[in-house]
Design a protein around this ligand. Structure first.
Ligand SMILES: [Zn+2]
Length: 292
């Protein structure tokens, strides 16, 4: 399964008092689970992180912009990193992909396995210096932490609901998320009401698994009688731009001496997509010659 797709929706609510981003990421999360051989808990964690990054990518303006979201924590799950671009391309990895927790409901709690930690957001644009915001994890369940990040670092009232449903065989049955932001002109009462609606929405992935689309979930459970409209629907997908040429460039940076010390073939692996690139002894010698 190459570059599986998902969908990102953007739109506005109640005459532009709010904007929302909503996405369906089931196939992407399944792909990440497969390439990194993620165990159940890291699958749920990465599914939420990927979905969060996909939602955040909706606000990027330039084609060369990207946003990364990174969790660093003290617990056994340790954290992970996901990068999303304006073009809807996502890539990422878990720091402990094969963390095994004996099966019980409590052990599938991401926050418990992360423990104390931080959430860091870096927004890169082509023209400006990168923006970085960092917060302490509140619950470690990701959705709540992301809402807290927006309020604390960007002073934007945000409600987030992320869902990843996994079956007994560690297959991703459904994954998706909704993010709603209050714009400066938003009515205070309406902010509270929407926050409550989103919190009270049954698990998004359970609803998707029952056959509901993200649009229907928004309509029935979150926005109810409020007027809303979708302004844009874009495809999102897992994609890594690594290549053997890029790895060769990195090897060249090591310098002649370091390369000469490599006596056998080497196979560096891309963190993001787990692809290995083998360089034979002859290819390493060729790299050394190119440095002359
Ligand atoms: Zn890669």
């Amino acid at each position: 399964m190459n570059n599986p797709d998902g969908t990102l929706l953007r739109g506005s609510i109640a005459d532009n008092q709010f904007r929302f981003f909503a996405c369906e990421t089931t196939a992407i999360v399944q792909h990440v689970r497969d390439i990194h051989d993620l165990y159940p808990l890291p699958s749920i964690f990465m599914g939420r992180l990927i979905t969060a990054a996909a939602l955040m990518s909706g606000e990027l303006k330039s084609h060369l912009s990207e946003v990364s979201i990174r969790i660093d924590a003290e617990g056994p799950l340790k954290g992970g990193l996901v990068i999303a671009s304006k073009e809807g391309m996502l890539k990422g990895y878990a720091f402990v992909p094969q963390l095994w927790m004996p099966e019980n409901r409590d052990n599938l709690k991401v926050g418990k396995a992360l423990g104390k930690g931080t959430l860091t957001v870096i927004k890169q644009t082509w023209l400006n210096a990168p923006y970085e915001g960092k917060i302490e994890l509140l619950t470690g369940e990701i959705g709540h932490d992301l809402a807290h990040y927006y309020l604390q670092s960007e002073q934007i009232h945000t409600a987030v609901n992320l869902g990843v449903l996994i079956d007994k065989k560690a297959r991703i049955r459904a994954a998706g998320g909704i993010l709603i932001q209050a714009l400066p002109q938003a009515d205070k009462k309406l902010i509270a009401q929407l926050e409550e609606n989103l919190i009270n929405t049954p698990n998004i992935s359970d609803l998707m698994d029952m056959g509901l689309t993200i649009n229907q979930i928004l309509d029935i459970f979150v926005l109810k009688e409020l007027p809303w409209q979708i302004s844009k629907t874009t495809p999102i997908k897992f994609q890594c731009h690594c290549s053997k040429e890029r790895f060769a460039d990195v090897l060249l940076l090591l310098g002649k001496e370091e390369l000469q010390s490599m006596k056998e073939e080497i196979s560096p692996v891309c963190h993001y997509c787990n692809t290995a690139y083998t360089f034979s002894k002859e290819e390493i010698e060729e790299l050394i010659r190119s440095l002359d």
